[in-house]
Unconditional design. Structure first.
Length: 312
């Protein structure tokens, strides 16, 4: 099954090289230093790299790459800042381009709109114009990431699961499912997280982002996208959506959006591999997690997990 329209020969064609249900991804972040042994181990554990900067380090290993951009498909800055991204896309040809779905105003400061909130027609017009610009430099698969909802007008429509499904369908695009954004949207709109997740167009999922948001328990307070390291609650969300995504035939790229401490990220990557590649090796691998200094051994286990993953 393909989720990218008819022009996908990128990720879809590469699936057979990796695990049966998913790819293990790694975002290339500002923490990456070529001489850091933690970085080398993280790169060894990754199957796909996510690049967010149109001038990524030249020393990255020759893994499949996807490009994720922090601007929304309907905002003015997408067009204003596009030229270097277009150069990168045209020359590097990443396996996937993704950016945010929305927002509902052409200009904003943080979560506040600084131009009129667009209706449905204007939103589609702006997105279409920016898609044309994108398509002038890139013919590969495209996906859009769900936002976190705040009641400011900036997220009007774009966090509504029915609108999201229609939007992705109209542009032949996949879904980048940010689980923290979904949980924040659910809280801020008054849903339970799982009830919101199951209303999303999960069959279009091509990428999943995992991190821990701040979700206050006091009624009336809003959730915040804090990008902390995922814990059991977040792994539970991943399991919840992977069941549904896999049942729909999708094989997403899954990555952790945590950027504070590489040794913590390494342990989380190991947990991610366990979550995605079955529980059989979990006991030995999990035993290595709490011990600082045992990371190398843990990643040998991770290497075995990868080697044991069914091919084809
Ligand atoms: Fe994300």
């Amino acid at each position: 099954m393909t989720f990218f329209g008819n022009d996908n020969d990128g990720l879809d064609a590469r699936r057979g090289a990796f695990g049966p249900d998913s790819f293990i991804g790694l975002p290339v972040s500002h923490l990456f230093d070529r001489s850091d042994s933690d970085v080398a181990e993280l790169l060894a554990a990754a199957e796909v790299l996510e690049v967010k900067n149109p001038a990524p380090p030249a020393w990255l290993p020759p893994l499949p790459k996807v490009f994720h951009w922090g601007y929304g498909i309907a905002e003015d800055e997408f067009r204003d800042r596009f030229p270097p991204v277009g150069e990168y896309l045209a020359s590097a040809g990443p396996s996937l381009f993704s950016c945010d779905l929305g927002p509902s105003a052409r200009r904003h400061e943080g979560i506040l709109p600084t131009s009129p909130v667009m209706g449905r027609k204007a939103l589609y017009e702006r997105a279409r114009a920016n898609m044309e610009l994108l398509r002038s430099r890139y013919g590969g698969p495209v996906a859009f990431e769900n936002y976190n909802f705040y009641p400011t007008g900036l997220y009007s429509k774009v966090c509504d699961p029915d609108f999201m499904a229609e939007f992705l369908d109209r542009f032949g695009a996949g879904l980048v499912l940010d689980l923290a954004h979904a949980a924040i949207s659910a809280l801020n709109m008054g849903f339970e997280t799982e009830r919101y997740l199951e209303r999303l167009p999960l069959e279009r999922t091509v990428e999943i982002h995992v991190s821990r948001p701040y979700l206050p328990e006091e009624p009336g307070r809003l959730g915040v996208d804090t990008h902390e390291c995922p814990g059991d609650r977040e792994w539970g969300w991943l399991s919840f959506v992977m069941e549904r995504v896999s049942a729909a035939g999708a094989r997403p790229l899954v990555l952790i959006e945590y950027y504070k401490d590489l040794s913590v990220l390494k342990a989380a990557m190991l947990r991610l591999a366990q979550e995605l590649r079955g529980k059989a090796a979990a006991t030995a691998a999990a035993a290595a997690l709490p011990r600082r200094g045992a990371d190398a051994a843990a990643f040998e286990d991770l290497g075995r997990l990868r080697a044991a993953a069914p091919r084809g």
